[in-house]
Every structure is written in C-alpha cells, then in structure tokens.
Write a protein that binds this ligand. Structure first.
Ligand SMILES: C[S@@+](CC[C@H](N)C(=O)[O-])C[C@H]1O[C@@H](n2cnc3c(N)ncnc32)[C@H](O)[C@@H]1O
Ligand code: SF4
Length: 387
C-alpha cells in the first residue's frame, strides 16, 4: 500500500520593501516605482499556484505563508485572491494557518484589518527591537513607539501574533536584552522569534564590519545572549520548540515552520521561492527566478513559476530531513533518515549521546539543549558519518 502524500504548505514570496535594511540578504527589491510590476506579480502567483496543483495533485492544505520582503505592503485584495486560489486548489484543513510578515509602521498597521478580512489569521511582525538607538542602527523605518502601536493593533485584529526580534547587537548586555525581551512579551504575542544578528556576505553590514565601523559580539557574548533568551522566555511560559522559535503552548507553534521542520511538502510561489514536492516516489526541489520580471515572464511562458526542478537523491533528501528535524524539539525518526545509515547504535550517534549533545532515544534523533547550541557541528558530524 502506498503512503498518502504529506500535507501541504504554500509559501508566497513578496519581494518588495520600502527600504532595504543593511543586514538583510533575502531576495528583496525597493518597492518604489514597481507598482505596475507588483500587480502583474500578484496575478502571476495565482497562475503559478494553479500550474503547480497539477504536480502536487489533491492535498490537505495546512498553511499559507506570505513571506518577504514586505508582504504587508501588498494590496490586501491581492492577498485575498491568492488565499482564495490556494483554498480552491487544495483542501483546506479546518485550522488552516494563513500567516503574513509585516513591518511595524503606522501606514501598514492601518491595513491590518483589511488583511485579516482577506483571510490572514496570523501576523508575524518584524518589531526587531524596542530600543530607538538599536532601530536606527538596524536601519529600520520605524521607531519603538510605532512598533508598539503596530503590535497592539495586530493583537486586536489577528487571532495569532508573533514578534521577530534581532539580538546580539554591538554592545548589547544580557541585562538590557532581558528587559527588551520582557517588554516584547508584555505586548501579548503567543509566539516570539528572536534571531541572533548574522552578518551576511554582501550586505551593507558586511562592508561596515570589514571597514571596522562596528564589531559584532563574539561567540561567547552571543552564547550568553542566547542563554538569556532561553531562560527568560521559558520563565515567561514560552516553550523553545525550535532553535529561534518560542511558543506559548503547542497550539501557538507556527504550523508553516513545522511543515518545513517535519519534512512535509510545500509549494513555493513568487520570485526566488523554493518548493519541495513529493511525487511518484521522488522529492522534487523547485526554485523560482529571483528577479520579479524573470519570474513573471517564466509564468507566462511555461505556466509554473519555477525555473529549476530536480529530484533529490535519497541521500540528499535525508540530509535535508536531518538538518531541519534536529532544529525542533521533537527531532527526527531514524527511519526518516535511513538513507544516511544512522541508528541508535551507530558509533557517531553513541559518541554524540555520550557528549550530551543528543538525547539517548531508540527511535529518534533528538538534539539536547546543549546540542541545539552547537547544531551546525552536530548535523555536520551526523551527515558525514560512515553508514
Ligand atoms: C525576511 S524578514 C521579513 C520581515 C519583514 N520584512 C521585516 O523586516 O520586519 C524575516 C526576519 O528575518 C530576520 N532577519 C533578517 N535578516 C537577518 C539577519 N541578518 N540577522 C538576524 N535576523 C535577520 C528579521 O528578524 C526579520 O524579521
Ligand atoms: S529585513 Fe524585512 S524590510 Fe528589511 S530588507 Fe529584509 S525583508 Fe525588507
């Protein structure tokens, strides 16, 4: 008997931003002057979803995620059309999650109600900081008061609210960070994603660090701030269900992220979007063109928006499953990474268990809290282990 295909998530990439932040290396473009292109892009995304339905076949739809870029800049009517298309093409779960990433400016908060009417039921708000000097350093186009107002509006309008924060900023002390986190908790989110600032190659921050304009915290200071995050949020009732994601109870976890971390399928639509679709016994990896104009042309010429589509080998698929599965508290079953030849008795697994980096579990590979702190080395060691 063949297994039923896994549930499906839909990722929609909206690449436009009012201003490009100096630390960001996502696939983003300045919104100004691209209004006509944006309207064409919304229509192309609907057409792309229709074309990819032919590949996925019928599925249960558990999540639609509008990421960016800045999807809160999008006309709510377009968001509504994309949600309606996804609901029509697949079978929506009773508790379908529809998330959207928003920047916390007054102008965007004024559109939250319309976005909720369009079907969005979970807002992921990019607060980043509640400190004005830090927001200036991060090059954000909002101050802390505006961020607080947006969070308060969002908490009223959307059933579910998550806040993104960026820590490990130069000179940040654990005490100041704990105060800032507490202030974010007081805004009432059910979910928090505090990310350590990473200096990505090719960004304005990368150039600034090379020129000596600022020095990011070292590994030890970063680890102290990570520990502060874990301890502080646990004390506030937030479970660290993933390395950078904390939820007040299981129902508050991001269902879309769980689609990735459980190795389920997702359709990617929009410029630069990636997808993973299991079909005919293989796991297909899709990737769309980064530039909006190329993506739109691709949809017009070929129907679907992806410019590349390749079947992952069983080892590649298992490596991906390992990488994402170890990020979540529940880990990954040995059976799901069988192509890597790992088992509870494997010498590499035993070694990592003895070091306290993996839980001692006969059925699953589960990173311990200590293991999650050094996850890159743990996954590299497992992926390179002799079968
Ligand atoms: C793609 S952004 C989209 C969110 C939205 N446009 C915003 O800026 O608020 C998603 C999140 O990634 C995080 N992020 C982006 N670049 C980062 C970096 N270099 N270091 C740490 N976090 C980063 C931010 O917290 C941001 O909210
Ligand atoms: S952090 Fe958000 S607003 Fe800033 S450039 Fe990246 S996607 Fe755009």
């Amino acid at each position: 008997m063949t297994e039923p295909p896994p549930p499906l998530g839909v990722y929609v990439h909206w690449p436009y931003c009012a201003r490009i932040c100096p630390y960001c290396d996502f696939n983003v473009f300045k919104a100004k002057g691209r209004e006509a292109e944006a309207a064409e892009l919304a229509a192309a995304i609907v057409a792309d979803l229709e074309a990819q339905r032919a590949i996925t076949g019928p599925r249960e739809l558990v999540s639609v995620f509008f990421g960016g870029g800045t999807p809160s800049l999008m006309d709510p009517a377009w968001a509504g059309e994309i949600v309606a298309a996804a609901r029509r093409l697949w079978t929506p779960a009773a508790d379908l999650e529809v998330s959207l990433e928003a920047n916390p400016t007054d102008a965007e908060a004024a559109r939250f109600a319309a976005l909720a009417d369009a079907g969005v039921n979970r807002l992921s708000l990019g607060l980043q900081s509640l400190d004005d000097a830090a927001l200036r350093f991060l090059g954000r186009n909002h101050d802390a008061a505006e961020g607080r107002r947006a969070a308060q509006t969002a908490a009223r309008v959307f059933p579910r609210l998550s806040l993104d924060l960026i820590y490990a900023r130069p000179g940040q002390t654990p005490a100041a960070w704990a105060d800032e986190l507490r202030a974010a908790v007081d805004l009432g989110p059910e979910h928090l994603s505090p990310y350590q600032l990473t200096i990505e190659a090719g960004t304005a921050f990368d150039r600034a660090v090379r020129r000596g304009l600022f020095v990011p915290p070292g590994d030890e200071a970063g680890a102290d701030l990570y520990e502060t995050t874990q301890a502080m949020l646990e004390a506030e009732g937030f479970e660290a269900y993933e390395v950078s994601n904390h939820a007040r109870g299981a129902a508050a976890r991001s269902r879309h992220n769980l689609v990735y971390w459980r190795g389920w399928d997702y359709v990617g639509a929009g410029p630069g979007a990636h997808g993973r679709i299991t079909t005919g016994g293989a796991r297909l990896a899709t990737e769309a063109a980064d530039r909006p104009a190329d993506y739109i042309r691709g949809v017009h010429e070929t129907g679907a928006g992806f410019e590349s589509r390749e079947a992952l080998s069983p080892v590649q698929a298992a490596e991906e499953r390992l990488l994402s599965g170890l990020r979540v508290r529940e880990g990954v079953a040995f059976g799901e990474v069988a192509a890597l030849g790992l088992s509870a008795r494997h010498p590499t697994v035993r070694g990592l268990v003895n070091l306290g980096l993996l839980a001692d579990d006969a059925e699953r590979l589960i990173a311990s809290p200590a293991g999650r702190r050094v996850l890159d080395s743990v996954t590299a060691e497992l992926a390179l282990a002799e079968p």
